[in-house]
Design a protein around this ligand. Sequence first.
Ligand code: C2E
Ligand code: MG
Ligand code: MG
Ligand code: MG
Length: 272
Amino acid sequence: KSAGKSTWRMYRQDADPSRSTITRLSWKDRITEALEHDGLELHFQGIYYPETRKLAHLEALVRMKNMQKPGEIIMPGMFIPHAEKTGKIIDIDRWVIRSIIELLGKKANIPSIAINVSGRSFDEPEMPEYISQQLKHHKVDPARLLVELTETAAVSDIRDAERFIDALRATGCTVCLDDFGTGFASFAYLKQLKADVLKIDGFFIKDLISDHDSQVFVRGMVSMAHEMGKTTIAEFVENEEIFNMLLELGIDQVQGYYLDKPMKDHPGLNII
Ligand code: C2E
Ligand code: MG
Ligand code: MG
Ligand code: MG
């Protein structure tokens, strides 16, 4: 109807799964199936020092295999919201934690790795203990694990986040506030959340050249972070102009398509 009168459309149920109630209900099943049948995989993107362009660490980003269509990959933007709604995100986060710590344990010479942990996991009091157990079990130095806290509507209680961060830092992990400057990871929380690293949201980076206000924000965030002894990372560094501007603004580390794209076999993993 919205396309106007006398028009018709072919309808394929598999074209847009989110539009059908039947398949929307099955996101939980699809995620469960992926968790049980080796249907998740991790890609890696580099975070670099801008002055030397040397690799600082890697970020692990989860993808889901489409079990119905072999070879097709489902991006996190598609399934993470459903995973958060259904609580399945806790199992995904645990799977990522296990996989990365195991990898760090097997390969002693690869750089540190950052993982993303959903706000839903803050409510799980045993999550920091789980991370600490896995680190001990695989004999991994906690300093090699960075934990990025991602925004989610489920962050209901700032005190849960605070407890989570304090426990992680007590374990020796580095804590990073992801997507800083927007939503959950914003100034109001900075006072309470004792994070080591602020990853400035791509929202402030993508228009850095044309938008004067973005430059003011980034300059401010960098100087504030440095005065508090925190490290800054800029994400969404897509071209040389942005890269050079960030170098000028004194950012500590950069990540983005200008440097590399997330990939399964990142060269950083092959350092022996
Ligand atoms: P994020 O943690 O902020 O990750 C950065 C996202 O930006 C990634 O998308 C990455 O591929 C993309 N990106 C990197 N550089 C550029 C660039 O230069 N330009 C543009 N336009 N994009 C760039 P991805 O992999 O689709 O992940 C999206 C979000 O899903 C992540 O945002 C994170 O919030 C969530 N996520 C990813 N993996 C996990 C995970 O293992 N667990 C949890 N809980 N969340 C995850
Ligand atoms: Mg992240
Ligand atoms: Mg981010
Ligand atoms: Mg982001």
